[in-house]
Write a protein of this length. Structure first.
Lengths: 216, 91
């Protein structure tokens, strides 16, 4: 099999590449509306209960959110370099960048898990366990419902992304010259960068509401 | 600005904008603070889309797709927002 191999329903390998890219973009557009729906709800409730959102934001760990944003930016860089390596058929370099992206993704999820553990310990998980020592608890619960829904949905996407990267890493290790590998890597890269974009919006909307937030 | 150097420049710009968004949040801008935060996030998203996701050197169809996604998102938020803000209270 050579590089120009393509599935029989396509005329050329380039056409198949374009179709794969367009397919992933179509999926990502549905993802925009999935996260967009929750963010619309966030906008409406924040307009009504702005104080509770500011108070809730002040209870998040700003530095952990900041470090996680930097980690995700770094992971997008390693992913982009991985796609570049795949395009140039540099398999060992590609495997290195896939592993690096996975590690950074895992670091993000590890920090997220520490944050969740703190919040649950402080009884800030919405539901029957929610009982913070603070006034206006019901409205604070609203903020934390959005916090857990948005970051939880995002963390799920990260988990899926890491799983896909793990499968790709095994595929590259087994058959580095497979003609479809650069296409799979590129499409996975699109997904990974999209998940990064989601976090780029979540960080200021969840962590940076109170003027006191970053000062701590 | 393609190739590996471009990716490093893009990541550096993203980190700089991350610091900028934190700095902007420390200053009390009143009701403008959310607008500023979203504007910076928008620029960061545009950098990721154009450079990391290769839309800048991609075909027109992908441009249309990317723009279409945000058009639908804007429709979703604007129309729901118009409904919520124009309702009579305690109806």
């Amino acid at each position: 099999m050579n590089r120009d191999a393509h599935a029989h329903q396509f005329d050329t390998a380039e056409q198949q590449d374009a179709a794969a890219r367009l397919g992933m973009w179509t999926f990502l557009l549905t993802e925009v509306l999935l996260f967009g729906g929750i963010l619309t709800g966030y906008a409406i409730y924040r307009a009504e209960h702005g104080d509770a959102f500011t108070a809730g934001s002040a209870r998040l760990d700003f530095w952990l959110g900041f470090i996680n944003t930097a980690i995700l930016i770094a992971s997008s860089l390693t992913m982009a370099l991985g796609v570049h390596a795949a395009e140039h058929r540099r398999h060992r370099l590609l495997m290195f960048f896939l592993a690096a992206t996975m590690l950074l993704g895992a670091a993000f999820l590890g920090i997220k898990a520490i944050e969740y553990a703190h919040k649950i310990h402080e009884r800030l998980l919405p539901g029957p366990l929610f009982a913070p020592a603070a006034p206006g608890a019901r409205r604070l619960e609203l903020f934390f419902s959005f916090y857990f829904a948005l970051t939880g949905m995002h963390a799920l996407h990260m988990l899926i992304g890491i799983a896909i990267l793990a499968v790709l890493l095994v595929m590259v290790a087994r058959r580095p010259d497979a003609p479809s590998i650069h296409r799979r890597i590129e499409v996975t890269g699109l997904y990974w960068h999209f998940v990064d974009i989601v976090w780029i919006f979540l960080f200021p909307l969840l962590y940076l509401l109170g003027p006191a937030g970053p000062a701590r | 600005m393609t190739g590996r150097l471009g990716y490093f420049a893009c990541a550096a710009a993203l980190l700089a904008l991350l610091v900028a968004t934190v700095a902007a949040a420390r200053v009390d801008l009143g009701p403008l603070s959310t607008t500023v935060a979203l504007a910076i996030a928008g620029v960061k998203a545009a950098l990721v889309i154009l450079y990391f996701m290769h839309v800048r050197r991609g075909p027109r169809l992908i441009w249309l797709y990317a723009a279409g996604g945000f058009l639908w998102l804007a429709l979703l938020i604007t129309l729901v927002w118009a409904d919520v803000t124009t309702r009579a209270p305690n109806l």
